[in-house]
Design a protein around this ligand. Sequence first.
Ligand code: GLA
Length: 476
Amino acid sequence: MCAIMFKTCKFILVLAALTGCCVHALENGLARTPPMGWLAWVRFTCDVDCARSPEECINESLFKSMAKHLVTDGYRALGYEYVNIDDCWSEKHRSAANGERLEADKARFPHGIKPLAEYIHSLDLKLGLYGDCGTATCAGYPAQLKYADKLEDNYYELDSKTLVDWHVDSFKLDGCYIEPLKAQQICPKFSDVLLKTTKQAHNNTKPIYLMCEWPFYINRHHAPKASTSGLVDYQLVQDKCNAWRYYEDVEDSWQSVLNVIDFSTNIQDTILNFHKPGAWFDPDQLVIGNFGLSVSQARAQMAIWCAWSAPLYMSNDLRKLDPQMAAILKNERLIEVDQDPFGLWALVMKKVWDIQAFVKPVMPMRHNCTSFVVVYLNRESLGNGKFVTMKLKDLLLPTLEKTRDQIRERANELKVPFDYDGCLERLQRGLSSANALKYRVEDLYDDTLIDGVVTKELTLHVNPSDVRVVKLTEIE
Ligand code: GLA
């Protein structure tokens, strides 16, 4: 293919080298590390009855107060910057009187979206809005397509202009009310139109971060087999979206979190290939701090999402957050793992009893080789905690082998020296001979738990429905 289109390919490669960026990614420069913020859906769903639940309905004051808490409770300083409105924010119908433009519900958002965006910006935060590239949003509100059978008849341009006019920073494009494979044809057009509109705008040249949902609906109806990408064209998705959902909605329960973990693990090779700066698989919101997860389960969700370099969107009531849950969400060492510049997806490398080990290479480099984060997830729901021992050569070596191309690509972009062959040899030798490599072990939840240096094995005590998460950095 490249041979036939030699000139074009060469041009793209030169362009990629010049911009230091990637051939496949939405060209808006956003989300070089996974986005962080707050999103309304899991906690507040589509409660529009403000007479009955004035504090908990989808309205202007809900988003203002979450924004204030992001600042005053220290989340913004840690990187949580998006305040995302989800479904049910608009009037129920478009009106011909204003040229069919989208309008916020007049009673619940009396000032409209633009002043809300301005308020959010005044707090140095960003505003996200929600829509759908089908004929209605999932909750039945106006969306971006006019008729299901006429893909070319849509509001993509009009609505993109509206988003730009309102100074919206991010948009979640759902995929209800459109046949999933048709969505794969038409939803990318929205992305093109949005990108073009932001580029042409005079008063606001900021690009808009785009989150897409059509891959999830394709996977729902045409489940991919383990380790295949199924019918989703992830190359296309990568080109058109900054992040995308690929699996069912997370709910406020441990079982739901486990379902996300299992589906993701099943397709982890595909995810590893396409998950990268500017283009992220989104396993959905952090449900920490609601009604369904225990403290241990909350620790587990946070650790795994961070090991995955996943978008971190909390969906909870920041006004009523339990301090233990808040501490989990504010764990700086885990956030650093999430935001690690390599942006790799942690792979499940081994299972002992019902304990899975997730491993991801991270910064810093030692001897031109990466450090590693390891999570032990104990899926048992019976008995006491257990000591589990796994051999480092079973965890680190295969992870390095599987992630070779991704680390090379990122190291290149980041201008970090990485010597794959040397690193592989070092690990092969150092993890099996008497002349062992020494790793400093840092527990990312509690540094009083470990004082360690490990050589060949990692032994950790893990409670049921809980994790231990450590960072291994070679001692020079
Ligand atoms: C879908 C999405 C959810 C949420 C709802 C809103 O189910 O996957 O994240 O946006 O729609 O109706």
